[in-house]
Design a protein. Structure first.
Lengths: 119, 386
């Protein structure tokens, strides 16, 4: 039985950032699902994401202690899909739209988390 | 009836409209408030509760709110709806009620809403799930999603924080003319810019209120409307578009579904944005009316920030926008969309006192739900516009 979210998380837990691709249309899909949105294609297979991406939009959630402020970004993957994430490894005020970033899998709490760092 | 554009132009009308408990409404439940607003709107129309045969509501804390309100009011409606398109639900209800009235399925529609998060804070768990794809990054919901759209608009079109602030200041100036508005103290551009930043580029003053309020409208067919207590406000067009649920799936962060619903509703109505005497555009955050002004066709894409500058949407400006003070300064109890329709109705009836737009004949009410996810546009007009 195909389990889109569970399989994606299992890959992530093993250090792999996977996305889906339709064999018939060639379109990449994220978040994982049972069909390609728009076409309805069900012939989705897992492929490794290149990890290359650029910042499409950015906001900084401001906290009382500036050190606790954090970014929330939308990134465009080189393969096409857009997703929400965070940019680590750079002061939040240096994050800007168009910035080249790459995927990184970190442990946050007891769970793996997909974030991005400057490319 | 004009055929082919999906709407029976002018054949249904709003004949009753009310607000209740704006600001602080302690001691009542949400459904108590909706019922109070419902009775006020029915009295406004001169229609008995027993005549209502269609009920539309979006309860704030009860997924099965349509049934809850039917039970509470003691009605057995032929149509009951409690849709989940957020703040746009009420514009959708106007569309659906007009179609059901035209078909003869129903004779009298009541749309009602009440919510008092300020004095009766909701339980921690809402009716919407946490997105597995967004929640791990801790965006403020829904604020950060709108902030992301604003960041994109600023990047592409040079929209400035001062232009965002213009929206908040104009709303406040309208609120100062509305005795019912909850927040009426002076507000300057500088105040907005210096306010606490919450999620860049939006400060606490770029965000709508989260206060109490209830509201209702009553709709009947145009033939019946002529005999009601107040001048009917006809529904000339109503259209809806949903583009996504979460902001990461919004097709284009600077183009909302209003670019679909707006042109369709105006075409149904046979009028243009420039014909509008009043524009009630959902202002959850200062960026939202800017996007809707563009998408509905009041100005070209990217020009919304410049359009609102220099007090153009404040009292005395070129466009009467959000004349009740909006979600930013009048009322926003969670789902604000029905208040837009009530203020438009009051303007078209000429009931707005100091903030009245002279000879208002046409108005647009545009509701927004989710995170720019659901967009619904209703064009309203006086009897002479039908």
């Amino acid at each position: 039985m195909f389990q889109p979210e569970a399989e994606w998380r299992a890959h992530l837990a093993e250090g792999r950032f996977m996305i889906q691709r339709s064999r018939s249309t060639g379109g990449h899909v994220f978040y994982p699902r049972v069909m390609e949105p728009g076409t309805g294609a069900e012939d989705l297979e897992w492929v490794s994401a290149s990890g290359a991406a650029s910042v499409h939009a950015v906001t900084i959630v401001r906290k009382k202690d500036p050190a606790d402020s954090y970014s929330v970004v939308l990134v465009d993957l080189a393969e096409g899909p857009r997703l929400m994430s965070r940019v680590d490894g750079v002061p939040v005020d240096d994050i800007h739209i168009g910035m080249a970033v790459r995927a990184s899998i970190i442990q946050e709490g007891d769970k793996p988390l997909l974030v991005f760092v400057p490319a | 009836m004009s055929m082919g554009n999906g709407f029976p132009r002018g054949r249904a009308a709003i004949v009753g409209a009310s607000t209740y408990g704006i600001g602080q409404c302690p001691g009542l439940s949400a459904v108590d408030m909706a019922a109070k607003a419902a009775l006020l709107a029915l009295a406004d129309a001169g229609i008995a509760l027993s005549e209502v045969d269609a009920l539309y509501t979006s309860a704030p804390y009860e997924a099965l709110g349509g049934m809850e309100l039917a039970e509470y009011l003691g009605l057995t409606p032929k149509v009951t709806d409690c849709n989940r398109t957020g703040g746009s639900a009420f514009e959708v209800y106007v569309q659906q009620a007009a179609l059901a009235l035209e078909a003869g399925l129903i004779d009298c529609a009541l749309i009602a809403y009440g919510s008092n998060p300020a004095s009766n804070p909701p339980p921690g768990v809402g009716m919407t799930r946490q997105s597995p794809w967004e929640a791990p990054y801790k965006p403020l919901a829904p604020l950060s999603s709108y902030a992301l759209a604003a960041s994109r608009h600023m990047h592409l079109y040079g929209t400035t924080r001062e232009q965002l602030a213009e929206v908040a200041v104009a709303a406040r100036q309208w609120a100062q003319l509305n005795p019912e508005a909850a927040v009426r103290d002076p507000l300057s551009i500088e105040d907005v810019l210096k306010a606490r930043m919450v999620s860049d580029p939006l400060t606490v003053r770029d965000c709508c209120l989260f206060n109490d309020g209830a509201t209702a409208v009553v709709m009947v067919r145009a033939d019946r409307a002529k005999d009601c207590a107040r001048a009917p406000v006809h529904v000339l067009g109503a259209a809806h578009a949903v583009t996504h649920r979460e902001i990461s799936s919004m097709p284009d962060l600077t183009v909302t579904g209003a670019a679909i619903s707006g042109p369709q509703a105006f075409a149904q109505a046979g009028v243009k944005p420039a014909d509008m005497d009043v524009a009630m555009l959902y202002d959850a955050f200062t960026i939202t009316p800017i996007l809707f002004l563009e998408d509905l066709g009041f100005c070209p894409k990217g020009e919304g920030g410049r359009f609102v500058s220099g007090g153009h949407v404040a009292p005395g400006g070129g466009l009467a926008l959000n004349t009740n003070g909006g979600g930013l300064s009048c009322v926003h109890p969670g789902m604000y969309g029905l208040f837009l329709l009530v203020e438009a109705t009051r303007q078209l009836r000429g009931e707005c006192g100091e903030r009245q737009v002279k000879n208002a004949r046409l108005a647009v009410a545009h509701g927004n739900g989710g995170v720019l996810s659901s967009e619904a546009t209703v064009v309203l007009g006086t009897a002479e516009t039908v």
